[in-house]
Every structure is written in C-alpha cells, then in structure tokens.
Design a binder for this molecule. Structure first.
Ligand code: ATP
Ligand code: MG
Length: 179
C-alpha cells in the first residue's frame, strides 16, 4: 500500500484546508520547532484509526480539533483524508481509495471509505492487512525508538507482526472467534 496524498482541515494547527502530495521514495518533513511536523504524522495516524488521545498528545479526542488562537476562532470539526493506492491481491483488484475520518465537537468520530460510511473496525482492518496503520512501525515518531528498545518481548513481537503484515490475520481471527 502506498500513501499518495494527505488532506487536512481543522486538524490541530492545520486550520485551513491543506493538501500534501506524497511522492514515491523517502519523505522528510522539515521546519522550525512548533511548525506542525509532528501534527502531520499524528494526522496520518489519526485517520488510520488511532484511538488514544494521549498518543496524540491530547487529553480527549476533541483536542485534535483546531482550538483557536488569539486572532482566530476555534473550529468545530476536524477532518483528515488519506489517498492510498492498494496493490492487487487474490481477493481484490487494488487501485486508489480515500479514507476519511471526521470528528465534530460533541458527536465523536466517523469514517468514510470512498465516500461510504464505514466502521472504525473496517478502517483498522484495511490498514492492518497492509502492514501499516495507526501503530505501524513504519511511522516512527519522536519517542518511538526508545519504546522499541524498552518494549517487553511480547510487545516487540506485536511490533514485528505488524511490520510483517500478519496482525490483520490475528484481528480477523479474534473477530471470528467472538461470533
Ligand atoms: P518540534 O520541532 O518542536 O517537534 P513540530 O514541528 O513537531 O515541532 P508540532 O508539535 O507538530 O510541531 O506542532 C505544535 C503546534 O501545534 C503548537 O504551536 C500547538 O499550539 C499547535 N497545536 C496543537 N494542537 C492544536 C490545536 N488543537 N489547535 C491549535 N493548535 C494546535
Ligand atoms: Mg515534533
């Protein structure tokens, strides 16, 4: 799976609709302290289904919504879309899809896949199968290196399973066992 474009509106410091094309190869984000580099990575993780406000440096999930500044009023929603390109597999054709997550003050998050309403779980499975997602080892944030080193063996195994792309299988098995 490739991430081709990130769109944000009202997410943290990205109050105005913003769009970033992600070209093939390694992507680096540079800029002065506080300009929003970490916010961009958090937007990616959030749209992929991150459920923990703490891991997005907030107290509650609504803290991702632009909170306002001395000169700008706060926003009442945040929306992030990721355009992905999926490789064809035995069971699907591949091609481009857009995943969107939106949160409104007082009414929580909703997800869309190519404009259709979907569940958080559907988005999590989509990314888990592609060895990416909110907790993907492919997204290395500022404090993550230390976490890998300090992890317990079982946690480290989970990280390796995610990297290998088999955590989607585990999620499906768990789902099937509950039914
Ligand atoms: P550093 O180089 O220090 O790591 P950075 O480029 O990673 O900086 P971020 O941490 O992404 O910067 O951005 C921090 C900025 O985002 C701060 O100015 C903070 O006020 C702003 N910010 C975070 N959440 C919100 C929000 N909900 N509403 C408005 N601004 C926000
Ligand atoms: Mg940062």
């Amino acid at each position: 799976m490739k991430i081709k474009r990130l769109k944000l509106s009202g997410f943290k410091s990205f109050v105005e609709p913003s769009e970033l094309r992600i070209e093939p190869g390694l992507t680096g984000i540079v800029g002065p302290n506080g300009c929003g580099k970490s916010n961009l990575l958090e937007a990616l993780r959030w749209a992929m289904g991150e459920g923990s406000p703490k891991s997005l440096r907030g107290g509650g999930m609504e803290d991702v919504i632009f909170a306002g500044t001395a000169t700008r009023a706060p926003r009442d929603f945040a929306e992030v879309s990721i355009l992905i390109e999926r490789e064809p597999t035995d069971s699907s054709m591949g091609g481009e899809s857009e995943v969107t997550r939106r949160i409104e003050r007082g009414s929580g998050s909703a997800y869309r896949l190519d404009g259709r309403d979907v569940r958080a779980k559907d988005v999590a499975l989509l990314f888990a199968d592609a060895a990416t997602g909110a907790h993907s080892p492919a997204l290395v944030s500022q404090n993550r290196i230390g976490a890998v080193i300090a992890a317990k063996p079982t946690e480290r195994r989970q990280m390796l399973e995610e990297a290998a792309g088999i955590s989607g299988l585990h999620a499906r098995r768990k789902d099937a066992e509950q039914k």
